[in-house]
Design a protein around this ligand. Sequence first.
Ligand code: AMP
Ligand code: MG
Length: 541
Amino acid sequence: MIRTTARRAPAPVDLTSLHFGASFVEELPGDPETRNVPRAVRNACYTKVAPTPVRAPRLLAWSDAAGELLGVSRPDSPTGIAAEVLAGNRVLPGMQPYSARYGGHQFGNWAGQLGDGRAITLGEVSGADGARYDLQLKGAGLTPYSRTADGRAVLRSSVREFLCSEAMHFLGVPTTRALSLAATGEAVVRDMFYDGNSREEPGAVVCRVAPSFVRFGNFEILAAAGETDALARLADYVLRHHYPELGSPGPATYARWFEEVCRRTAILAVEWMRVGFVHGVLNTDNMSILGLTIDYGPYGFLEGFDPRWTPNTTDAHGRRYCYGNQPAIAQWNLARLANAIYPLVNDKEALEQALARFSDTYEREAGRMMAAKLGLDSLDRDGDDALLARLIEWMARVETDVTLFFRLLAAVPVDAGDIEESRLVEPLARAFYSRDAWSPEHLPRIAGWLRGYAARVRAAGRPDAERIRDMNRVNPKYVPRNYLAQLAIDALDAGDASVIERLMAVLERPYDEQPAHDALADRRPEWARQRPGCSALSCSS
Ligand code: AMP
Ligand code: MG
């Protein structure tokens, strides 16, 4: 008989059968006070706090992929024990729920203590891949970090976080994950447009999953408060659990660790740029120490190409967090982290060198990424810079959907000979938001660019089938456009889960053609241009 030595993942079990650990609570200094009222917390990395039970927990959506990662099976009932746990009504043995203490720089200014104002980490479990994962409820009720807010989350923002976390994972972008979306059966009051018109909306809780939810801000608050001992303990915890390959703690190790955070953050920024993701609120409290996309708020995917675009209406004026600023902002945030851990490293030059790693990595990887999107093996040849500059120039003038453009570019014939300009541009038709592309002003420019591109591709001499295949691996066909998320929200609001289920299934394979779902790849329809939630969003959540 043939024996196989391949390790097989254990059969998935019920959520209640998982073994929960609590290393964050056990290994780090906790808040000696336990009063669950908004207050300034001192000398602690977290406060123990239980989720506040809700009236009618009900599972609305579940990610089978995240379930697989954790080795947990899809619950049989939408209202059983799993729903109770995932809405915060029941704490399982081994769990030691807590909210983390962090601060942050918001829109460029130090904001002091923020912390998990509505997030509560339940515990950690071993994943099917051998790694440890924290399970965290978002919208689970008041914590000492809630400040003046209510600790809850509305359905619309919860759907958006649930959907996009999983979509980003399948796009290949580092991200926190989402296991479930539960309705609370309770209303939450929000002033969605910040115009004095508050209304009741359905509440929800998302169960997020990540190896760690530690942010730059967790270090910043300890440094700002002069709590150097806790700062070192948090750094050592993160090193021990998440960067064990860097060796034992000490000034040199801390510097290497910071350099690795810079490298990962640069890769993350490149990945956002590749798929057209705009986070929307890149404050330092929304920057993961593991280089993951974290905290999905008023995010969006670039539709018409515009580097100054942001989906966040709160940032519409300054555009600090617009698409094109994201790499520079990520680096600015890393500099804040460098300041925070300075007491551990005590070597300005080492930190500056590490910070330079961000720029080096970003430059190199963004270049590779752009070449790959264009189906080229590099952008180093004479004329390549001009080719790219001309592309950006015409795309900025003719409203062009970037996702569809790169996807369709693969199919543009590169040996078409001397065909008419209008026919040359036709394969890209679906990417254009108007017929402007065929106007006498723009057509020659676009067609000219396509001819230049085709010549560059021919000069590279790669078999075309290979180029097309590789382009389709880096240029997704399906991204969770805001208007699609809004359609899923509207349906769920009306009790229909079929839209979100279909979206989740399609977004699991964003690089595959999936012709039956072609309509979900369409550019944003005109009705969605101005509708709230479909393009621009406020921070209300
Ligand atoms: P965000 O802009 O979502 O990243 O949140 C910034 C800060 O506000 C964090 O400390 C959050 O925990 C807190 N926060 C946001 N919404 C709420 C809420 N509804 N209740 C309590 N805290 C909140
Ligand atoms: Mg946040």
